[in-house]
Design a protein around this ligand. Structure first.
Ligand SMILES: Nc1nc2c(c(=O)[nH]1)N[C@H]1C(S)=C(S)[C@@H](COP(=O)(O)O)O[C@H]1N2
Ligand SMILES: [Mo]
Length: 527
C-alpha cells in the first residue's frame, strides 16, 4: 500500500493532514490568478515588460493554422481577441486547479508547473519584438513567486478533508475561516493588480507622448469639407468617419506602444541608399493631407469594415526616391514593430496615386489603435496588403521573394478594392411608416470613382440614385433615392457602377480570397 509514500510526500497542512481536493483546487486557481495579476501589474509599471496573457495570446495567434483563425473570426467576429484571452484565462484556471490538487500532495509539482508556464511565457515574449526578454524573465519569476507563495499559504490554511472520525471536526471551524479570509485576500489581490495593471498599460507613456505631438501644417490649408459631400440623413454613414468610430482590424492582441522618441523607420532592401527616418525627420518632410477611404478585405457585403478619413503624411514615393529603388524591386513590404507585414507592387508608390506614410488622421496624430506613430495608406488596395500600422520598416524586394502575413494564410497576393455599395438607411429588418422614405447609403470604387448608383425595389427596375459629391475618386460617395413606401414587406437592393463603366457583379463571392461581391440586400416592413 501507498501509506508510507503518502506520509513521506505530504508537505502541506502543518498538522500533517492534506486539505480536501476542492480547497486545493481553489487554492490553485487563486494562485494562478495572483500570478497573472502580478504580471499585468508589472507590465503596467514598465512598458517593455510583457503581460503573460498577451505574450501567450500573441504566440497563439501567430502559430494558429489559418483555418482556425478564420473560424475564430467567424464565430466571435471582432470579439475574437476577447475570446482568446478568455480561453487563456480558462486554461490558466484549470491548470491552476490541477496544480493545486497535485501540490497538496507534493508541493514541488506546483513549483515545476509554475516554472513550466513561466518558461512558456518567456519563450512567447522572446518571439515578440516589443518585449524585453530579461524583463520578461524577471517579471515571470516575480509572478511565479507570488503565485507559489499564495498557494503555499492557502494550502497551509486549508482545513483537512473531512476526517473519517466525525469527532475531530470540531476545531476545523477556525481553519475554514482563515482559509476563506486568505482566499478572499488572494482573489482581491489578483483582481486589483490585474485591473490596475491593465489601466496603467493603457495610460502608458505612449498616449502621453502622442498627446504632446504637434502635427506640422500640411502644405495647404486643412481640407475644408464642402457641404455637398454629406447628405445629412439620419443613419447614413458620415462622409468622414470620426476616428473613434473607425473600424479597427489587426492581429495585435494589445495595441503596440511605440515611443516616438526612440522610433525609427528603416528604408531597406533593394534600394541604393538605405536610410532611417526618426519621427521628427518624418514630420519635417513635405506633408500632404488627403481623404482616402480604406477598406478591409474581410468586409462582408453591407458590412462596416470600411471608413473614410483625411490622412496626413509624407508621400511614399518621395521617401523611396531618396533611397533609390533598384531595378527589379517589384514589391514594397511594410513591416510593423510587432513583425506583421503587408506587401504590394512597387508601382503603386509611383503611378500617381496618393500612397502615404501617414502620421495624422482627421487632424490628429494617428490614434494608437490606428498605427501611431506612422502607418501606410495606399488608395485602391485592401488594408491587408498595404496599410501597415505601427510601421517600422519599408523594404523593397520582389513579388516572388516574399509573401507577407496573410498570403500564406490563403488570401490573394494582389488585392485591388472591388466596386461596392451599401444601404445604410433603412436598416435591414426596419419597420417604416408608409409614405416618402429615403433609401440611402455609400458606394466606393477607389482609384476609379463612382459613376452611378442604382436601387431596385422588390426586384423591380433599377432606379438611379442621387449622388453626393466626393473629394476624389479615392473616397466613398453617399447616395440617396426617395421612395414612396407602400405598406407590405419590401426587398431593397443596390448596385454601383464605376467610372470605367463597370457595374459591380450580382454574383455572390465570399470575402476569401480577395473580397466579397454581390448586391447588398435589405428587407424592411412598411406599415
Ligand atoms: N501592424 C499591422 N497593421 C495592419 C494590420 C495588422 O494586423 N497589423 N491589419 C491590416 C488590415 S487587414 C487592415 S484592413 C487595416 C485596418 O486599419 P485600421 O485598423 O486603421 O482601420 O490595417 C492593416 N494594418
Ligand atoms: Mo483587413
Amino acid at each position: 500500500m501507498a501509506v508510507d509514500t503518502e506520509i513521506e510526500t505530504r508537505t502541506s497542512a502543518a498538522d500533517g493532514e492534506r486539505p480536501g481536493a476542492a480547497r486545493a483546487a481553489i487554492a490553485g486557481v487563486l494562485a494562478s490568478a495572483v500570478a497573472l495579476g502580478v504580471s499585468e501589474l508589472l507590465a503596467g509599471i514598465a512598458a517593455p515588460v510583457p503581460s503573460l496573457v498577451v505574450a501567450i495570446g500573441g504566440a497563439i495567434i501567430d502559430r494558429a493554422p489559418p483555418s482556425l483563425e478564420r473560424t475564430a473570426i467567424e464565430i466571435f467576429g471582432t470579439a475574437d481577441k476577447v475570446a482568446l484571452v478568455a480561453g487563456i484565462l480558462l486554461v490558466a484556471a484549470v491548470s491552476g486547479a490541477l496544480l493545486g490538487i497535485a501540490a497538496a500532495r507534493r508541493f514541488s509539482v506546483a513549483v515545476a508547473g509554475f516554472a513550466a508556464f513561466g518558461l512558456l511565457a518567456v519563450l512567447a515574449a522572446a518571439a515578440d519584438a516589443q518585449a524585453s526578454v530579461p524583463l520578461a524573465l524577471a517579471s515571470v519569476a516575480l509572478a511565479a513567486a507570488a503565485g507559489l507563495g499564495t498557494l503555499r499559504r492557502l494550502l497551509d490554511a486549508a482545513p483537512a478533508r473531512a476526517p473519517v472520525e466525525p469527532t475531530t471536526r470540531e476545531p476545523r471551524g477556525a481553519d475554514r475561516r482563515s482559509f476563506l479570509r486568505l482566499a478572499f485576500g488572494a482573489a482581491a489581490l489578483a483582481g486589483v493588480s490585474g485591473v490596475v495593471g491593465r489601466m496603467l498599460q493603457l495610460r502608458s507613456q505612449v498616449s502621453v507622448a502622442r498627446e504632446s505631438v504637434d502635427l506640422p501644417a500640411a502644405g495647404r490649408d486643412a481640407i475644408a469639407l464642402p457641404d455637398d459631400v454629406d447628405l445629412d440623413i439620419e443613419g447614413l454613414a458620415p462622409y468622414i468617419t470620426p476616428n473613434e468610430d473607425f473600424y479597427r482590424i489587426d492581429t495585435a492582441l494589445m495595441v503596440p506602444r511605440v515611443d516616438p522618441a526612440s522610433w525609427q523607420l528603416a528604408i531597406a532592401g533593394m534600394v541604393e541608399r538605405p536610410y532611417t527616418l526618426t519621427y521628427d525627420e518624418l514630420l519635417a518632410l513635405p506633408q500632404v493631407e488627403i481623404p482616402i477611404t480604406i477598406a478591409c478585405v474581410s468586409n462582408e457585403v453591407g458590412g462596416g469594415l470600411i471608413g473614410n478619413a483625411v490622412w496626413q503624411g509624407a508621400r511614399l514615393g518621395d521617401v523611396l526616391e531618396r533611397a533609390g529603388v533598384q531595378v527589379g524591386a517589384t514589391q514594397i513590404v511594410g513591416r510593423s514593430v510587432d513583425g506583421w507585414t503587408a506587401g504590394f507592387p512597387t508601382e503603386l508608390a509611383f503611378d500617381g496615386r496618393d500612397a502615404l506614410i501617414a502620421v495624422g488622421m482627421n487632424g490628429e496624430p494617428l490614434p494608437l489603435e490606428h498605427g501611431f506613430p506612422a502607418r501606410l495608406v495606399v488608395p485602391g488596395v485592401y488594408g491587408y496588403v498595404s496599410a501597415t500600422k505601427w510601421l517600422s520598416e519599408i523594404a523593397l524586394t520582389t513579388l516572388e521573394a516574399f509573401d507577407a502575413y496573410w498570403i500564406p494564410r490563403g488570401w490573394a497576393k494582389l488585392a485591388p478594392i472591388k466596386t461596392q455599395s451599401r444601404i445604410d438607411v433603412p436598416r435591414g429588418g426596419a419597420r417604416l411608416e408608409a409614405g416618402r422614405q429615403p433609401i440611402a447609403g455609400v458606394a466606393w470604387a477607389q482609384q476609379r470613382g463612382i459613376a452611378k448608383v442604382e436601387v431596385s425595389i422588390d426586384d423591380g427596375p433599377w432606379r438611379e440614385a442621387r449622388l453626393a459629391d466626393a473629394l476624389s475618386d479615392d473616397t466613398w460617395r453617399q447616395w440617396v433615392l426617395e421612395w414612396d413606401a407602400e405598406p407590405g414587406r419590401h426587398v431593397l437592393q443596390v448596385r454601383a457602377t464605376d467610372e470605367t463603366g463597370e457595374t459591380q457583379t450580382a454574383e455572390r463571392a465570399p470575402v476569401m480570397p480577395d473580397g466579397a461581391t454581390g448586391y447588398h440586400t435589405v428587407r424592411v416592413q412598411v406599415t
